[in-house]
Design a binder for this molecule. Structure first.
Ligand SMILES: Nc1ncnc2c1ncn2[C@@H]1O[C@H](COP(=O)(O)OP(=O)(O)OP(=O)(O)O)[C@@H](O)[C@H]1O
Ligand code: NI
Length: 262
């Protein structure tokens, strides 16, 4: 789907240059669920923004991203759906959630308002928001964090994008809601045949959802592989540290992890 080649991103901050990504080459394969993990500041969001064409003007970009099978530069909303950690980054506080979802479908699919409103209702059912008939008239502040994230997901997939990018989309939620949202993302991605780029600092969450994992550190891609390979036999000490830190902090076992925990 996308071939990232020698991607380098530098932010200018005051007189300083911050190297956020250094020479990243990575393929995103159509139909796969790929997780990008790494500690805070490792460059995960910068990668997501670069792929979505959302980098700020203060950034300098080197290298290239080649898209196959699309025939054009991907359009955010139409070809790429983006879910942020904070749904208020993508939702308008003064517009009903039904209209916001309908707006995406109308803009990108050329639907009439009534067609788009119907699609919005269907999408709210698909993300399992309670009582979609009245929920379309609700405003974002009337919903819980988990419900707001469901709405943000509905808006992200409203135009049927091929690629869904979720950048720490569940990090602000408590563990139970987090698991529900992960399950929802998995289901929607399967139903719509989307490719998923799941960004998380949580290796266990990434392992639960992704078939392949790419590990970032200090703006570099330090290791990549299948989820089983990364979890069971990481080649890099840093990946091992991430795994061990998780085991120390959380009693939930890592999925697919063979053998006794160290
Ligand atoms: N707009 C910006 N201007 C200047 N520097 C930035 C900007 N955005 C990110 N950075 C810097 O670039 C580096 C990578 O940041 P990035 O947000 O991509 O990391 P991340 O892995 O997503 O971190 P987190 O887990 O905290 O979200 C960090 O050093 C960060 O401080
Ligand atoms: Ni980030």
């Amino acid at each position: 789907m996308a071939s990232i080649r020698d991607l380098t991103v530098t932010y200018r901050r005051g007189g300083d240059a911050v190297a956020a990504l250094s020479n990243i080459s990575l393929d995103i394969v159509a139909g796969e669920r790929l997780a990008v993990i790494g500690e805070s500041g490792s460059g995960k969001s910068t990668l997501a923004l670069a792929i979505a064409g959302l980098l700020p003007a203060s950034s300098a970009v080197g290298g290239r991203i080649e898209w196959s099978g699309l025939g054009r530069i991907p359009l955010l909303g139409r070809d790429i759906g983006f879910v942020f950690q904070d749904p208020s980054a993508s939702l308008d506080p003064v517009m009903t959630i039904g209209k916001q979802i309908a707006e995406v479908a109308r803009t990108h699919l050329g639907l009439t308002w009534s067609q788009a409103d119907a699609r919005a209702k269907t999408l709210l059912e698909r993300v399992r928001l309670p009582d979609p008939d009245s929920a379309v008239h609700a405003f974002p502040h009337q919903l819980s964090g988990g419900q707001t994230q469901r709405v943000a997901i509905a808006a992200a997939i409203a135009a049927g994008p091929k690629l869904l990018i979720a950048d720490e989309a569940t990090s602000a939620l408590d563990t139970i809601v987090q698991a529900q949202i992960v399950a929802l993302i998995r289901q929607l991605v399967a139903e719509d045949g989307m490719t998923l780029l799941f960004i998380s600092h949580d290796i266990a969450l990434a392992a639960e959802l992704a078939e392949r994992i790419a590990v970032f550190r200090h703006g570099q891609l330090v290791e990549r592989g299948t989820t089983a390979g990364i979890v069971d036999a990481p080649t890099q000490a840093y990946t091992r540290t991430l795994l061990d830190a998780h085991i120390g902090l959380d009693s939930a076992p890592l999925l697919n992890r063979a053998g006794p925990a160290v």
